[in-house]
Design a protein around this ligand. Sequence first.
Ligand code: TRP
Length: 338
Amino acid sequence: MAAFTPRVFSGIQPSGGLTLGNYLGAMKRFVTMQDEGKFETVYCMVDLHAITVWQDPAALTRATRELCAGFIAAGVDPSKSILFNQSQVAEHAQLAWIFNCVARMGWMQRMTQWKDKAGKNSQNASLGLFAYPALMAADILVYHATHVPVGEDQKQHLELTRDIAIKFNNDFGVDFFPETEPVIEGAATRVMSLRDGSKKMSKSDPSDMSRINLIDDADTIAQKIRKARTDPDALPSEVDGLDDRPEARNLVNIYAALAETTPEAVLADHGGSQFSAFKPELADLAVNKLAPISTEMSRLMEQPDEIDRILGHGAEQARALAAPILKKTYEIVGMVGA
Ligand code: TRP
């Protein structure tokens, strides 16, 4: 296998607000990978993916800018990472077309996210929703990215990305696309609903009390934690004691992730505490860590021109990496004029 520059790519869809789940599950890791200095880091607002289901145009624009503000407020630094929105770099869509011709119908039909999202009415789903994983493969491979941090739910799409890379290399007798490594989030960073510890924290949950939004102010954050659902027992002193206590586990995991420690260490300190004592401490911690992010996001959101400038600059940097890889792909495929 040829040597590839260690390069991280990941994407988040601009399809609504950002939650604590996006921050702890994705953005915080993106920042760590940026700051470690072992990788070039490329982070993308995947607006072309968002429109595989209907998006109100004004809401899409707003969500894209809010996502950019969220990335920056969380610590993604546009002078260290490439930060941009997907539609500005046409190479993603161009490579996706090639991959649509490499991937097989059977592969796509097996994707569990397709089956879940299309549901019973798959005849009425968009063609884009079906082809979504081929675009995702293009996002990654147009940069020859070697590492992709994602949630567990994206693992199958990354396997498909490898299958596409392997089939392309085989079909054309080249060693051109890398076999990308997934970097899957651990269970500890999977943030669950504050109202139901068995459901993922989601921007689309009808109850706003079920989630912490990254734009929530200090009072709102504290209030949501104080009102979070719990059981009547004290905290255990070992993680085994969290079995069958999804709400308790979730709050302990959130505490550990925010404090950058382990659930074991949190329970070593807080085992035996009642929630009436633990929640105010968690609320203080959450406010300390998250209120500065929300303040910075609000500040940036008031400067849409500045956000657009950052995204435009990021798109130029992204294009500089992607264009030669797309050109080479076209040459391999035999396109005249590539
Ligand atoms: N499908 C991803 C999600 O819904 C978003 C995404 C699109 C992505 N392209 C990507 C993630 C490329 C990682 C790499 O979460």
